[in-house]
Write a protein that binds this ligand. Structure first.
Ligand SMILES: Cc1ncc(COP(=O)(O)O)c(C=O)c1O
Length: 293
């Protein structure tokens, strides 16, 4: 069951609304232009995971879009209200996990006020993918790795509502026999998945390193990858940040896609080419990613 809570200045804790009936005006710029931002975070047994990192990234996306959104405390209160309602209904997903979506649009055309809400629903069960892994295709995103700094209006690095391209990439991957995709830049760098961050593990001369593509290549700053890296560093891993090319993926000892709801999913093949996979390494990293609060 889905719970919906609007951020509304007349309701300090948020205004619960019925998700089963229409709630938006057709002139909302989030609908007509995809002009807005969002976050997806995990809640376990009613407690949100890494809320600060998600609210920081929401603020940074808002800044990139020059969008006025409600203050942090209003989000925190609306999240608490929505989680209390959802978990009060006893409606959480596997192991008490729920997906919390934060959305802010540029609002109804001409109003100058954003429309903002929190939505909570049962988290999809990712256990099978976390254990068995996924097949991935490399797909060209069509931009070079310097596009973010040269063309800030592309909003690369912001989590915008305009995810139709990301969803089209996922559909393309599925139509071609894979489960997911990894974008590459037109100059041959590894970027990110349509809804995830790329993480690889490498052991050389007894030194274990986790690597991820560099953020300045126009990718979203992943909160799961960041939390995993902090936990891994404390556990003795070295850390590294791209640039990364497809050959680095094939030469790794293990490759994962990291995201807040699905956490860590091992990639078992790219473009039909098998990758090394270690169950013990997978569960070691999964534990590190799952402890991040
Ligand atoms: C494009 C993109 N990259 C990376 C991520 C992973 O981010 P996080 O770990 O904060 O969920 C997401 C999450 O949805 C995403 O959409």
């Amino acid at each position: 069951m889905t719970v919906l809570v609007f951020l509304d200045s007349a309701y300090p804790d948020g205004r619960p609304a019925d998700p089963a009936v229409p709630q938006l005006l057709v002139s909302d710029l989030g609908v007509t232009r995809g002009d807005g931002i969002f976050e997806s975070l995990l809640a376990v047994d009613g407690v949100p995971r890494k809320p600060d990192a998600h609210l920081d990234r929401l603020a940074s996306s808002a800044q990139l879009l020059d969008l006025q959104i409600p203050v942090r405390q209003a989000w925190e209160r609306a999240i608490a209200t929505a989680l209390a309602l959802h978990f009060g209904q006893g409606a959480a997903g596997p192991q008490g996990r729920a997906a919390v979506k934060l959305v802010a649009t540029r609002g109804v055309e001409g109003s100058g006020t954003s429309t903002a809400w929190v939505q909570v629903s049962a988290a999809p069960d990712a256990a099978r993918q976390q254990t068995n892994g996924i097949k991935v295709l490399l797909l060209d995103r069509g931009y070079d790795s310097m596009a973010a700094s040269r063309a800030p209006w592309l909003l690369l690095g912001a989590k915008t509502l305009s995810y139709a391209v990301n969803m089209a990439a996922l559909r393309y991957a599925k139509e071609h026999g894979a489960d997911d995709a990894i974008f590459t830049s037109s100059d041959g760098k590894v970027l990110e998945g349509p809804t995830s961050t790329v993480v690889l593990a490498r052991e050389r001369d007894g030194v274990r390193t986790l690597l991820t593509p560099e953020r300045k290549s126009g990718i979203l700053a992943g909160t799961t990858q960041d939390a995993l890296f902090k936990a891994a560093e404390a556990a003795g891993w070295e850390l590294g940040y791209g640039p990364m090319v497809p050959e680095d993926l094939f030469a790794a000892d293990g490759l994962w896609l990291a995201s807040s709801i699905r956490l860590l999913v091992p990639v078992r093949s790219i473009d039909g080419r098998e990758l090394p996979f270690s169950e013990s390494l997978n569960s070691e990293l999964a534990k590190l990613a799952d402890t991040a609060l």
